[in-house]
Design a protein around this ligand. Structure first.
Ligand SMILES: Cc1ncc(COP(=O)(O)O)c(C=O)c1O
Length: 436
C-alpha cells in the first residue's frame, strides 16, 4: 500500500499532527499480534490497537461473519422495527456479564456508552419521581470518552480545557494515584481505599438526595493505568448502596478479558448497577458499544401507555447488524480459546517483565494488573510529555507499538500474545528507555 501524497486533508484525532505529517507512521495491514507498515516493516502490537483488539488482528472467523452478514442484511434500524441478531447479542451479553445486569442498550463507541450510561442514570431517577437526583460524580484523571457527558464527568484536564462550558451538575472524586505511598506496587496498591470516602464529602456538599450516579473505570486506563487500591472499589460500592446512588463501571477497557476475568467487575468482585462496554466487544473490528443495566433500572422505564416510547435515546446504528455479527463471532472466539481468562495465565510473567524495567533511566513508577501495564517516566524539565513521546517514536522505529499518555507508557497487548512476544516487548522497551 502506497503512502498518500498529501497528508493535509485528514484532521487527525488526538495526534501531534504537524509532527506526524513530517514522519508519518502508516499501518497498511495486520494479522494476529502484528501490524505491517506501508513501507513493509513489521510492528508488534503492544497496545491491542487502542486497548481494543483483544482477540488479535484479522481473525478470519470475525471478518467472515461480518462479510456474510453484510451480504444478507446490510442495515436494519432497531427503532420500532429490529433484527434478530441484536436480541441474540443482548442475550449473549446478559449471559456473560454479572448476573444482576440483564438488559443491553447498543451504542457505537465507548464515548456513546459512557454518555448513554449517564443518561440512563438520570432518566431512571426521573422515572421514579426523584427528579432532584441529577448530579453525576466522576473521578479526577477518569476517561469516559470525548462527548460532553464523558468529558464533564471525566477528569483529564486537556480533554476539558478548550471545550467549556461543560455539563452542569457534575463533580469529581480524587484520583487514586499515590506515588508517595504506592510507587512500584505489583497489582493492586496497598494504600488508598480511603480515597473513596471523599464521596461522603460530596454527599454532605450536595445533600443526600441529589447524587444520581458515580462513574469510574475499575482500572483507570487512558490516564496511565491507575490500579484501584485494595478495598477502594468495595468502599465505593458500599457508599453508593448506602446512599441510593447508582454505581456505573466504565468497562470499555477492562471488559472482555483485559484483567484475566471476563469483566473488571468479576475480577474485583464488585458489581455495578450499570456497565459501559465497547472496544473488546467486537475486538474493534466494527465500532460498537453496549450499556448493561439491571432489571430494576430497565423496569423503571416500562411505565405509562404501551404505545409510547419509554427511553428517548438511541442511534441510527444502535445494534448495527454487522456489528452484532462481529460481536457474536468475537465472543465465540473468546469462549473457544479461553481468552477472557488468559491474562491470568500470563500475568506473572507480565508483572515480572514489566517490573524488571525499574532500573532503566527516568523510571519513577511501574504499575500492572492483568495484561495492562504502565511505566511512568520523570518528565523533562520544561517539556512535559516529550520524554514519553520520544519513547513512543523510538519503540515504533524498533518495531513495537506502545502508547503514551502524559509521561507514562501504557501497554495492553492483544490477549493472544505469546510468552516470547512478551519478552520481545519488554526487551525492546528496555532498549528504548536506555536510548532516549
Ligand atoms: C474507559 C473508557 N471509556 C470510554 C472510552 C471512549 O471510547 P471511544 O474512543 O470508543 O469513544 C475509552 C477509550 O479509550 C475508555 O478507555
Amino acid at each position: 500500500m502506497q503512502t498518500p501524497n498529501d497528508l493535509d486533508a485528514f484532521f487527525m484525532p488526538f495526534t501531534a499532527s504537524r509532527q506526524f505529517r513530517q514522519t508519518p507512521r502508516l499501518l497498511a495491514s495486520a494479522e494476529g499480534m502484528y501490524y505491517k507498515t506501508t513501507d513493509g516493516r513489521t510492528i508488534l502490537d503492544g497496545t491491542a490497537g487502542l486497548w481494543c483488539v483483544n482477540a488479535g488482528h484479522c481473525r478470519p472467523e470475525i471478518t467472515a461473519a461480518i462479510a456474510d452478514q453484510l451480504g444478507v442484511l446490510d442495515y436494519a434500524p432497531n427503532l420500532q422495527v429490529a433484527h434478530p441478531l441484536a436480541f441474540d447479542l443482548a442475550n449473549r451479553l446478559r449471559a456473560i456479564t454479572p448476573a444482576n445486569l440483564t438488559q443491553a442498550f447498543f451504542t457505537n463507541s465507548g464515548s456513546e456508552s459512557a454518555d448513554t450510561a449517564m443518561k440512563i442514570a438520570r432518566a431512571y431517577f426521573h422515572a421514579r419521581g426523584e427528579t432532584e437526583r441529577t448530579i453525576l460524580i466522576g473521578r479526577a484523571r477518569g476517561y469516559h470518552g470525548v462527548n460532553y457527558g464523558g468529558i464533564s464527568a471525566g477528569g483529564i484536564p486537556n480533554n476539558r480545557a478548550a471545550f467549556g462550558p461543560l455539563l452542569p451538575d457534575t463533580d469529581h472524586l480524587p484520583d487514586t494515584h499515590d506515588l508517595a505511598r504506592n510507587a512500584f506496587s505489583r497489582g493492586q496498591p496497598e494504600h488508598g481505599a480511603d480515597f473513596a470516602d471523599h464521596l461522603e464529602v460530596l454527599i454532605d456538599k450536595y445533600g443526600p438526595t441529589r447524587i444520581a450516579a458515580v462513574m469510574v473505570e475499575p482500572v483507570a486506563g487512558s490516564t496511565g493505568v491507575l490500579v484501584p487500591p485494595v478495598g477502594y472499589l468495595e468502599r465505593l460500592r458500599e457508599l453508593c448502596t448506602q446512599h441510593g446512588i447508582l454505581l456505573i463501571f466504565d468497562e470499555v477497557i477492562t471488559g472482555f478479558g483485559r484483567l484475566g476475568a471476563a469483566f473488571g467487575s468479576d475480577y474485583f468482585g464488585v458489581t455495578p448497577d450499570i456497565m459501559a462496554l465497547a472496544k473488546g466487544l467486537t475486538s474493534a473490528t466494527i465500532p460498537m458499544g453496549a450499556v448493561m443495566v439491571s432489571q430494576e433500572i430497565h423496569d423503571a422505564f416500562m411505565d405509562g401507555p404501551e404505545h409510547l416510547i419509554e427511553f428517548f435515546h438511541g442511534y441510527t446504528y444502535s445494534g448495527h447488524p454487522a456489528a452484532c455479527a462481529a460481536a457474536l463471532a468475537t465472543i465465540d472466539i473468546y469462549e473457544r480459546e479461553n481468552l477472557l481468562t488468559r491474562a491470568t495465565e500470563l500475568s506473572q510473567q507480565w508483572e515480572d517483565g514489566l517490573h524488571a524495567l525499574a532500573d532503566c533511566p527516568h523510571v519513577i513508577d511501574i504499575r500492572n494488573i492483568g495484561l495492562m501495564g504502565a511505566v511512568e517516566l520523570a518528565p523533562i524539565d520544561g517539556a512535559p510529555v516529550k520524554r514519553a513521546f520520544d519513547a513512543f517514536r523510538a519503540a515504533f522505529d524498533k518495531g513495537v507499538l506502545i502508547r503514551t499518555t502524559g509521561d507514562t507508557i501504557a501497554l495492553s497487548p492483544p490477549l493472544i500474545i505469546t510468552r516470547a512476544e512478551i519478552d520481545t516487548l519488554f526487551s525492546t522497551l528496555r532498549a528504548v528507555l536506555h536510548e532516549i
